[in-house]
Structures are given as C-alpha cells and as structure tokens.
Ligand binder design. Structure first.
Ligand code: ATM
Length: 249
C-alpha cells in the first residue's frame, strides 16, 4: 500500500500517547496527510469494546483476546487501510504487538493462536515501523500517576485528553509480574524484528525521545535522503590530475 504505517508500543506510562500526538503535530506542520488512531478504538465498535475491555467487568482471557481482535478488524478495514491506500501516514497508538505482549506473554495464551488471529485481523496492514518505548513497569506506573496518559476518540476521529482512571483499570491494576512479562514480550519482538522495530529508552526527555522518533520516521518518509547521505561524496581536496572520482570499476 502506498502510505506509511507507524505503530507505537510499550507499557503504561511509557509515553506512547504523548509521542504519537507529537508526531501527528509534526506531520500536520509539514502538511503531510496523516491519521492518528488508537487501539482498541477509533471506530464505533472499537470505542464500545474499549470501554468494556478497560472496565473491571467480567471477561475471560480468551474472550478478551477475541474482543481486541474484533476491534482491530473494524479499525483496519474502516480507517487504516483506506488511509494507507490514499497514501497517508497512519500512526497507531498500539497495534498487534500489544496482543502478543499482553494476551500472550502477560496472560499466557497460545502465541501461535494469537499470531494467526493478528494476521486474520490485520490482513495486509502490517506496520512499516513499530516504535517500542521501553520503560520498567515501576517507572511507568509512577509516570502514569503523575500525567495524563490517554485520550478519547470519537468515531469521526476527534481527540480529547483523558485523566488516568477516567477509563477503567483492568490492565493497570494487574500485578508487576504481569507487566514485567509483557515488557519482556515487547523486547523479544523488537529484538527478533530489527528491520521494522526500534526500541527507544522511554526514560529520556519528551524532546529527546521525539527527536529519535522523528529521525526514524524521516528515514521511512524520505528514503531518498538516507540514500543520498549514504552515497560517497566527492573529496573536497583537488583531485590529482589523471585520477577519476569515484573510481571507475
Ligand atoms: P491504553 O490506551 O492506555 O494503552 O490502554 C489499552 C490497554 O489495553 C493497555 N493496558 N495496559 N497497560 C493494553 C491493553 N491491550 C491489550 O491487552 N491487548 C491489545 O491487543 C491492545 C491493543 C491493548
């Protein structure tokens, strides 16, 4: 598909929402058409499921997995694919890496089943770049207590910041072991897919993390710039008579 798909992943308080909003702002300044979505959410069904998924209402791990996937199918088909086909940059605050980390490593559900469901739900919409903001769960929870970490989104895409716990806390209230397992899962994914995942230490300042994110995004948005930088330059000293540069081979 002609667009560019960037997903943000990471634990609570790692700054995904802040950083995805900042990236969207930067693209808006550059008048680059883009779409910012979050998972679960971004469609009527997705927002409805989000509310249930984040509440403390009863839910088995298996049903939880299927509801995340149902929300994903809607988001992919109604929002992500049309935007990518129109050549836009899609920024997703979480995507299928979260299902592997939380339902797979966290809840202990079968990773192969999750992988098949992820493929079924996402189809050809796989992120070109996944940015993992890595932070210990202890530091993440401290941060999440101190800052807004979420935003609400209506079906037409309008965003509004939310205070922590305005939504439910099904995941936030799980023990540290759960969050450490999910973190380990994210890291394994990043290590296994270094072509398309980058891991950034989320302890850095908002600005330094955004600079790193922007440089990785830029490489994907303007690959010709990267290629030009990699090309050898002509020496600044005068070329000795009779010598060609670059050397003809
Ligand atoms: P946030 O919008 O705050 O990221 O909350 C979404 C929660 O849903 C998040 N909780 N924590 N921590 C992670 C969880 N989640 C899954 O468990 N599986 C998924 O596939 C997705 C997209 C999110």
């Amino acid at each position: 598909m002609p667009g560019l798909f960037i997903a943000f992943e990471g634990g609570e308080g790692a700054g995904k929402t802040t950083q995805s909003l900042l990236l969207a702002e930067r693209l808006a300044e550059l008048q680059t058409p883009h779409l910012l979505v979050r998972e679960p959410g971004g469609t009527e069904l997705g927002e409805y499921l989000r509310e249930y998924l984040k509440s403390e209402r009863p839910l088995s791990p298996e049903a939880e997995l299927l509801l995340f996937e149902a929300a994903r199918v809607e988001l992919v088909s109604c929002q992500i694919v049309p935007a990518l086909e129109a050549g836009q940059v899609v920024i997703a605050d979480r995507f299928f890496g979260s299902t592997i980390a939380y339902q797979g490593y966290g809840r202990g559900l079968d990773l192969q089943i999750i992988d098949s469901l992820n493929r079924f739900a996402a189809g050809s919409a796989t992120p070109d770049l996944t940015i993992l903001l890595d932070l210990s769960p202890e530091a993440g929870i401290r941060r999440a207590m101190a800052f807004q970490t979420s935003f609400s989104q209506d079906a037409s895409g309008g965003l509004a910041p939310l205070e922590r716990n305005e939504e439910g806390t099904r995941f936030e209230d799980l023990d540290l072991d759960f969050h450490n397992r999910a973190r380990a899962g994210f890291k394994e994914l990043a290590e296994a897919q270094q072509e398309t995942w980058v891991m950034i230490d989320a302890l850095g300042s908002i600005e330094s993390v955004q600079d790193e994110i922007w440089s990785r995004t830029r490489e994907r948005l303007y690959p010709e710039e990267k290629a030009a930088r990699a090309r050898p330059r002509a020496p600044t000293n005068p070329v000795p008579q009779g010598e060609l540069w670059p050397q003809a081979t």
